[in-house]
Design a protein around this ligand. Structure first.
Ligand code: IPM
Ligand code: MG
Length: 370
């Protein structure tokens, strides 16, 4: 518990740190098209993480078998990102694990459990910050409903960057939300570039700028500034509350293409979007920075499935979709297309109540189709 002077002092430190963060943003990009050896780090996480990561790796290894044999792709297993080890080290990502991760170019990561309460930050949030993975890209595609959405969620700012750094004073708690010019420009640029390079003509900027006037106001204004460089793309603003309704509303929802939004709104709405697609177990997620990138399932580690002894029935589709995104990111587009086609063609169902196939059986069927 802090008194008001201590809280002001804490706030001053936070502002200084944020200024330093922005000053250190480095935009040097990894060029995967010309890189002669790419290292894929594999971190399997907690709960259902190891189960679905194992299946995703079977797929990745099959698709990249020749390159792995030739040594142009190296897969590196990294241990120690378990809830037990993180608690023992009292670090969201233990230093030695982070050092290992930083030796890789891209990471395939299983879901990790975040301890309730306390002050320990989520491993996801730490990794996104440490590797500066500012663009969280989450596709949701339902051809039969004419839905093809790509969410661009800002991944390093907003409520998340200081989510574990709030202050508590007698009778009151305060958290902080941060939006920076540089942080917004780079996510907006990424979303517009994606739109331009993928034939998209419509982009929605989603905030709550009527209430969060400074931070979301800035986010919206900067997105419109960047939009001027993309005359072929129409831009519309929505507030997050009505957008959650719009995702359920035909035919309006069919016109959404690229959806650009700050961190917390992006977190919330992408679970809704994944549910519309068939459940969070069907959705992959890419966390992209200029140097590193990390690919994961959209969902958490499902500890309740493990408690019920149903872990083997976790749907690996989310992690396998993450593999497809990883392949595309490292310029292995043909392998990614092949995987997408096989996933579309695979009719095996996995249900978390255990009434259908296991993760392994689904993957067996998928491998047959590759
Ligand atoms: C996600 C997850 C994470 C988040 C959690 C695990 C910290 O919900 O990737 O959407 O809130 O970003
Ligand atoms: Mg989430």
């Amino acid at each position: 518990m802090l008194d008001i002077n201590q809280a002001c002092e804490a706030f001053r430190r936070i502002l200084e740190e944020q200024q330093t963060r922005v000053a250190q943003m480095d935009e040097t990009k990894t060029d995967f098209a010309t890189k002669s050896c790419i290292t894929i780090g594999v971190v399997d996480g907690d709960g259902i993480g190891p189960i679905i990561t194992k299946q995703a790796m079977r797929v990745l290894q099959k698709l990249l078998a020749d390159e792995i044999a030739a040594g142009s792709i190296v897969t590196k297993y990294i241990e120690g990102l378990t809830i037990e080890n993180r608690i023992a080290c009292n670090q969201p990502i233990p230093d030695d694990v982070l050092a290992q991760i930083k030796t890789c170019d891209v990471i395939l990561k299983g879901p990790t459990t975040t301890p309730h309460g306390g002050t320990m930050e989520s491993a996801n949030v730490t990794m996104r910050r440490e590797l500066d993975l500012y663009a969280n890209c989450r596709p949701v595609c339902i051809p039969e409903k004419n839905i093809d959405w790509m969410f661009f969620r800002e991944n390093t700012e907003g409520e998340y960057v200081l989510g574990s750094r709030g202050v508590e004073l007698p009778g009151m708690a305060v958290d902080f939300k941060v939006t920076t010019d540089a942080g917004t420009r780079r996510i907006a640029r990424a979303a517009f570039e994606y739109a331009k390079n993928n034939g998209k003509t419509h982009l929605s900027v989603v905030t709550k700028a009527n209430i969060m006037k400074k931070t979301d106001g800035k986010f919206t204004a900067i997105c419109h500034e960047i939009a001027k460089d993309y005359p072929g793309i129409t831009v519309e603003d929505y507030y997050i509350d009505i957008m959650t309704a719009n995702l359920l509303k035909d035919p309006l929802r069919q016109q959404f293409q690229v959806i650009l939004l700050p961190n917390l709104y992006g977190d919330i709405i992408t679970d809704e979007a994944a549910q519309i697609q068939g459940g969070v177990g069907t959705a992959g997620s890419a966390n992209i920075g200029d140097r590193y990138a990390m690919f994961e399932a959209i969902h958490g580690s499902a500890p309740r499935m493990i408690e019920r002894g149903m872990g083997e029935y976790a749907n690996p589709a989310s992690m396998i979709k993450a593999v497809a995104m990883l392949l595309r990111h490292i310029c292995r587009g043909e392998a990614a297309d092949k995987l997408d086609r096989a996933m579309d063609a695979c009719t095996v169902q996995v249900l978390s109540d255990g009434s259908a196939a296991t993760a392994a059986a689904y993957t067996d069927a998928l491998l047959e189709l590759l």
